[in-house]
Write a protein that binds this ligand. Structure first.
Ligand code: CDP
Length: 197
C-alpha cells in the first residue's frame, strides 16, 4: 500500500511525537525531515555541498536537537539549492511501499502534495516554547524568542515557506494532552484508510 501522512507545522508543535506514535500504530515508516536540515546546518562548510553529500553518520550526530542546531537548520533551509538536494530522497520515502509518515514544514505543500492525509499541527508560541524548554532546559524566555525567530524565518522565506496546505486539517494542540493529539491524528488516518477500502 502506498499511503503518505504529511505532518507539517511550526517549531516544537509536537509533530515528532505525533508522527512517531501514529507511524508505530499503523506500521508506517517515519521520516523526521527537520533532522535533514539540522544535519546540513551542523555539518558546516558549504551548505549546498553538505546537503548533496549527507550521510547516515551526519544524521546520527548527537548534537542535532540543540537550539543552536535548530537555528542553523532554519538558516540553511532558506537556500533553494539545499532544499532541492533533499527533495528526491523525501519523495521516494513518502511513496515507499508500506506507508510513510513525514513531518516537517513543506511536506503537504511541496514534497508530497498528493499525500493521502495532511495535518498541520500547531499550538500557541508560549505553549510550544514551554514544551521545548522542558526538553532542552536553559532560559525559557530565550527558548520562546528562538521559537518565534525560527517561525518567522520559516514562514517568510521565498522557497517552500511554512504554511498549511489548502486541504490540510489544522490541529491546534494548545489545550490538548499528547494522548488527545495522537488520538485525533489517528482518527483522521483511520478514516482515510477506511474510505479507500
Ligand atoms: O523540531 P522542530 O519543530 O523544532 O524543528 P525541526 O522540524 O527539526 O526543523 C528544524 C528547521 O528545519 C526548521 O525550523 C526549518 O527551518 C527547517 N525545515 C524545513 O525547512 N523543512 C522541513 N521539511 C523540515 C524542517
Amino acid at each position: 500500500m502506498i499511503f503518505t501522512v504529511a505532518i507539517d507545522g511550526p517549531a516544537a508543535a509536537g509533530k515528532g511525537t505525533i508522527s512517531r506514535a501514529v507511524a508505530a500504530q499503523f506500521g508506517f515508516a517515519h521520516l523526521d525531515t527537520g533532522l535533514l536540515y539540522r544535519a546540513v546546518g551542523a555539518k558546516g562548510g558549504d551548505p549546498v555541498r553538505a546537503a548533496q553529500t549527507l550521510s547516515d553518520a551526519d544524521l546520527a550526530r548527537p548534537d542535532l536537537r540543540t537550539l543552536a542546531a535548530g537555528q542553523a537548520a532554519s538558516r540553511v533551509a532558506t537556500i533553494p539549492e539545499v532544499r532541492a538536494a533533499l527533495v528526491a530522497f523525501q519523495r521516494a520515502f513518502a511513496r515507499r511501499e508500506g506507508g510513510a509518515v513525514l513531518d516537517g514544514r513543506d511536506i503537504g505543500t511541496v514534497i508530497c502534495p498528493e499525500a493521502e492525509v495532511k495535518l498541520y499541527v500547531t499550538a500557541s508560541a508560549q505553549v510550544r516554547a514551554h514544551r521545548r524548554w522542558l526538553e532542552v532546559g536553559g532560559d525559557e524566555a530565550q527558548v520562546l524568542a528562538e521559537v518565534i525567530e525560527r517561525d518567522k524565518r520559516d514562514a517568510e522565506r521565498a522557497v517552500a515557506p511554512l504554511k498549511p496546505a489548502p486541504d490540510a486539517l489544522v490541529l491546534d494542540t494548545s489545550e490538548m494532552t499528547v494522548e488527545e493529539a495522537v488520538d485525533a491524528a489517528r482518527a483522521v488516518i483511520a478514516a482515510r484508510i477506511e474510505g479507500r477500502s
